[in-house]
Design a protein around this ligand. Structure first.
Ligand code: GAL
Length: 825
């Protein structure tokens, strides 16, 4: 249960051939033909048992499916789920997957491996009855060499995977099963090791960059091999430079070689122009190329400075980041490249330039996209170390696995130009005692042995080590000595919350730069508003006190007025962050709502309220506050809706930029002009309600910049479906996100309508998710009907592999329906 661990302590102490579009790009050169997708035609069986003693038999009924697959999201919300509402009230359990496949006879002289990008969790794998191993960590990738156990030609092979998600483990919704991509990899016996390259740029200037390439080559032949290893750098399809080296490798050994070259006039990677290069490693014996391995990389230099904060390519840049959990809302945790890309696009449009992969290694596709779209990633390893937060969490595997898992993460992710910070943990209970210092140093050393080019941090709550400015959010306690923060293990001091103490960072930590690893934790229900906005409410009063006050239906007002006791409003933290140069940046909790961990932490709530964007991907109002501050776009946004009762006086807010003032009109009559003063981030009017049209006009030097209106709507009368993309790929993966809005008879958006909407689909597609963003809805995300929240609902349609059209119809009792056509090609 959230917060118990930190609070209790404080109390005590006070007292390949990559198939997906997003994996290839016109900007990078893909030569990696070692891997093919192994996602199709798995058989799946979910056992009723939640304990680790069940198996399957000849009578077992299997269902055929393609992975990525998350079985938890297919179930119903269950108040008594062992994972609790923290886990989204969806169940884990014991699942089995198996797949029959053949391997070409020609491959019998090669090395064949299966690569899992991640299986949640405790997976065990067998090939043709041979046990290959177990991987407790559900968030890390791993591979097994199948070669010695395979049958070749027409003879069939069977691979079996057992998955045991015993709850509670993660403090948020994890999903269950083979929820990431799976690959079959075939290489010559002389090949580059998996994740066997490391490309760094030790010197970068505008004129040239030194590119250093470290390559690990494996010889699995029974004899010594002589070969030439050539690394060629490409920008798009153009060759930039190339280096070669001869090697001799004894039977069954591996060797790491180092090469270096120079790129003149390098195109530097940054968040606005994420320029990428590709290093292609070729191994040649005689005239034969035995392996070709591709490593996308970027050329950039950066530092975290005690005084100037984050510097990228010589220029100061504030990290405006968000924390993201890995679920994809109604799709559950089953990864889909387009779904991740859409999340990142929505964030980019808000002005976000950073992502924290809270609190685990992400899907590889997320990092590929961050490389291409320009995000500063804080790549996080763990949410706990030895000391548990939940009964079945990773602490149970810590001793045996933490080194292996952390190494796997660094090796997998260290070539990504988007990765700038390694985080070795989030709110680790040991931070308060000497174990925090001991383990922190051990983990930092593991990271540094594999990568010295990036700083190591930990997300600490809070990292105060001296008396002085006591973290006022924990008023019951005195400042705590944080052993991890004081251990010297960290290159960056990572603050979770405690924005009141940021200004004193250099007094408390005179040698180590600052990063706000996690901020804010404000709460909002999209499109819902309490009548008054000018009091900041701490809701719930404290995380561990059952909710006695608060709104019926567990709604949270979207005026940026509700915060957790440990957090702040969105405005409060950003005001401090923008004030001081030495504050390198922040990662807001959270960019998107996620399944699980609702606050109020009580049924019927089952998903979070923290998102700047709701679970369906619809922005809450504060999105536009950030957009007005973080982008060059002209912004004017007014809230709330205009459906109130006679006699109410309603607070009207406007977020704006690029203007001197905003004038508000109700039914054509001016309610006066307002301008932001000092560090204000919005303006406000108190307006006696009358139905009609509320209109805001922003002006600069007397000239209109933007106009925005909200209107009182009548009863819901019609639906309108709008797709984010009306042409998608006919590849069986691609998605069209269709928003269905509700309107009244006059075509006015019905901002408080909550009709149930039915969806039906014809043609070359299927419905894979429905969602309104309502944290108390218990309707399945996998159904074909859903109740709208405040005028909006989302349906996600996926293509088949056949080109054609998809026709999606949204209908609701008594309302005019809407049909939309999506082309697939
Ligand atoms: C933090 C924690 C996050 C999440 C958040 C909610 O303390 O690191 O995982 O629980 O609180 O406010």
């Amino acid at each position: 249960m959230k917060k118990i661990y930190s609070y209790i302590f404080i109390t005590i102490a006070a007292a390949g051939m990559l198939m997906f579009a997003a994996c290839s790009s016109s900007d990078t050169k893909e030569h990696n033909n070692r891997k093919i997708s192994f996602n199709k035609d798995w058989q799946f069986h979910l056992n009723d048992a939640t304990v680790d003693k069940d198996t399957f038999s000849a009578a077992t009924k299997w269902r055929t499916l393609n992975v990525p697959h998350d079985w938890s999201v297919e179930g119903s919300f269950d108040e008594h789920s062992p994972g609790g509402i923290g886990g989204g009230a969806l169940n884990g359990g014991l699942g089995w997957y198996k797949k029959i496949f053949t391997v070409a006879a020609a491959d019998s002289t090669k090395v064949t491996s299966i690569v899992f990008d991640g299986v949640y969790c405790n997976s065990e794998v067998w090939i043709n009855g041979h046990y290959l191993g177990k991987r407790p960590n559900g968030y890390i990738g791993f591979e097994y060499n199948l070669t010695p156990f395979l049958k070749f030609g027409d003879t069939k092979n069977e691979i079996v995977v057992k998955v045991l998600n015993q709850q509670p483990n993660s403090r948020w919704y994890s999903g269950s099963g083979m929820y990431r991509n799976i690959w079959l990899q075939t290489t010559d016996k002389l090949h580059v090791a998996e994740n066997g390259t490391f490309v760094t740029t030790p010197k970068v200037t505008a004129e040239n960059a030194i590119v250093a390439i470290q390559t690990t080559i494996k010889n699995e032949y029974a004899s010594t091999k002589e070969a030439t290893v050539t690394t060629t750098l490409y920008k798009g399809d153009s060759e930039v430079t190339s280096v070669s080296q001869k090697i001799s490798l004894e039977a069954n050994t591996e060797k790491t070689i180092k090469q270096e070259t120079t790129v003149n006039n390098p195109a530097l990677w940054n968040v606005d122009a994420p320029e990428l290069y590709t290093a292609i490693t070729e191994i040649k014996t005689g005239d034969e190329v035995t392996d070709s391995y591709s490593t996308p990389f970027g050329i950039r230099s950066f530092t975290f400075d005690l005084d100037k904060g984050f510097i990228l390519n010589g220029k100061q840049l504030k990290i405006k980041g968000v924390c993201l959990h890995h679920d994809l809302g109604p799709l559950g945790s089953a990864i889909n490249t387009r779904a991740i890309e859409r999340q990142l696009q929505i964030m980019k449009d808000m002005g976000v330039n950073g992502v924290r992969t809270s609190h685990n290694p992400p899907a590889p596709e997320l990092l590929d996209l961050c490389d291409k779209m320009g995000f500063i990633v804080m790549d996080e390893a763990f949410d706990m170390w030895e000391q548990s937060k939940n009964k079945y969490d990773y602490s149970t595997a810590w001793d045996k696995w933490h080194k292996i898992d952390l190494e796997a993460q660094i090796l997998r992710d260290r070539n990504h130009p988007s990765v700038f910070i390694w985080s070795i943990g989030n709110e680790i209970p040991e931070q308060w005692n000497e174990n925090g210092a001991r383990i922190g140093k051990e983990l930092a050393a593991i990271v540094k042995a594999l990568d010295t080019t990036r700083p190591v941090t930990a997300a600490m709550n809070p990292p105060i080590i001296v008396n002085g400015d006591i973290n006022i959010q924990f008023t019951e306690t005195a400042a705590q000595p944080n052993a991890l923060a004081g251990s010297g293990a960290l290159d960056l001091i990572g603050y979770n919350y405690a924005h009141q103490t940021y200004a004193n960072h250099k007094i408390n930590f005179p040698k180590t730069p600052f990063i706000a690893t996690e901020t804010t934790s404000a709460l909002q229900t999209r499109g819902y508003y309490d009548e008054k906005s000018d009091t900041i409410k701490q809701w719930p009063k404290r995380w561990d006190i059952p909710l006695t006050t608060g709104n019926p239906g567990n709604t949270c007002s979207a005026y940026d007025q509700i915060q957790t006791p440990w957090g702040s409003t969105h405005e409060a933290t950003w005001k401090v962050m923008k004030k001081h140069d030495f504050l390198s940046g922040m990662f807001i909790w959270t960019g998107f709502d996620y399944i699980g961990e609702p606050t109020p932490y009580q049924w019927p709530s089952i998903s979070s309220y923290f998102g700047i964007v709701d679970l369906a991907g619809f922005p809450k109002d504060v999105y536009y506050m950030y957009q007005s501050e973080w982008t060059d776009k002209d912004v004017l946004h007014i809230l709330p809706h205009w459906n109130w009762k006679a006699g109410q006086t309603v607070d009207v807010w406007a977020y704006y930029n690029h203007a001197d003032e905003v004038e508000l009109y109700l039914n054509g009559k001016s309610l006066g002009k307002q301008s932001k003063k000092g560090d204000d981030l919005h303006v406000m009017w108190k307006v006696p309600y009358a139905p009609g049209t509320l209109k805001a006009v922003s002006r600069k030097g007397g000239k209109t910049v933007l106009e925005r209106e909200v209107k009182t709507s009548g009863a819901a009368a019609s639906l309108k479906a709008i797709a984010d993309r009306t042409t998608i790929d006919a590849d069986g993966n691609d998605l069209s996100y269709i928003t269905v809005d509700i309107y009244d008879a006059n075509g006015v958006f019905a901002a408080t309508a909550n009709n149930e909407i039915n969806f039906s689909v014809k043609g070359e597609g299927k419905i894979v998710g429905v969602c309104s963003g309502d944290p108390v809805s218990h309707e399945s995300y996998k159904g074909t009907k859903h109740t709208a929240l405040n005028g909006k609902c989302l349906v996600i349609v996926q293509s088949t592999e056949k080109a054609g059209t998809i026709e999606l119809t949204a209908s609701a009792a008594g309302l005019k329906s809407s049909t939309i056509e999506i082309r697939t090609k």
